[in-house]
Ligand binder design. Structure first.
Ligand SMILES: [Zn+2]
Length: 55
């Protein structure tokens, strides 16, 4: 299934095995994206796993 990156609108091809809450990386802008829906596929910017993780 195809989902759009909420950051850059890049089309991301998700495997059919993708599950809710999985985190994928946008191949274009490198944003970490969390799967919040699979039907239709919907991605949001993933929250930081660790606080103050660089940058
Ligand atoms: Zn992106």
């Amino acid at each position: 299934m195809i989902a759009a990156c909420p950051e850059c609108e890049n089309k991301i091809d998700l495997p059919d095995t993708t599950r809710l809450s999985e985190v994928v990386e946008c191949s274009d802008c490198r944003s970490e994206l969390e799967v919040v829906s699979t039907d239709p596929a919907l991605l949001v910017i993933a929250p930081e796993a660790e606080e103050d993780w660089g940058e």
